[in-house]
Ligand binder design. Sequence first.
Ligand SMILES: *[C@@H]1O[C@H](CO)[C@@H](O)[C@H](O)[C@H]1NC(C)=O
Ligand SMILES: *[C@@H]1O[C@H](CO)[C@@H](O)[C@H](O)[C@H]1NC(C)=O
Length: 148
Amino acid sequence: RQNVFLLLLLLSGISGGRTLSLNGLPATGNVTENSSAHVLVHTFHVTLSPSPSEVVSGYPLIINSNPLTAAFRIDPGAPHTYTEVVTTGDPDLDYETMPHSFELQIYVQDTAGASDLQILTVQIIDVNEPPVFHGNLADQSKRTAWKQ
Ligand SMILES: *[C@@H]1O[C@H](CO)[C@@H](O)[C@H](O)[C@H]1NC(C)=O
Ligand SMILES: *[C@@H]1O[C@H](CO)[C@@H](O)[C@H](O)[C@H]1NC(C)=O
């Protein structure tokens, strides 16, 4: 009976050693159009288990996006476990000419070889353009004023 118990302990130890996860993902982040660089889109955590392993330097990483864009990047927090996705400001996220939604594939790997891949969907929020008055409207108000 004790052998079975030890075996179970061993098995759970093995699977536990392969656990690495991106917490707070998948998710949807919103960002207004024409945001400047460094605007926060989403924050997430990397959970390592058990402790001796570390996140491989350079991760987590946006490995791909659909459609492809350089408009977002990951700013790693110390020590890689608390992480932010921010805008780069280049290219500009113009609602009128850019897609309104991006899917970022975020990938992380630890020194024990475990990895996780999650999707962050980023929605671009439209901002009303400042209104442009055309001649007609101005003429119309003049005419209305004249009639009174
Ligand atoms: C983003 O906007 C959608 C609606 O457009 C909303 O349901 C969602 O909660 C928003 N997410 C955040 C993180 O604000
Ligand atoms: C966003 O930028 C584009 C291109 O520079 C511009 O045409 C558009 O009016 C801007 N939108 C807002 C809300 O400022």
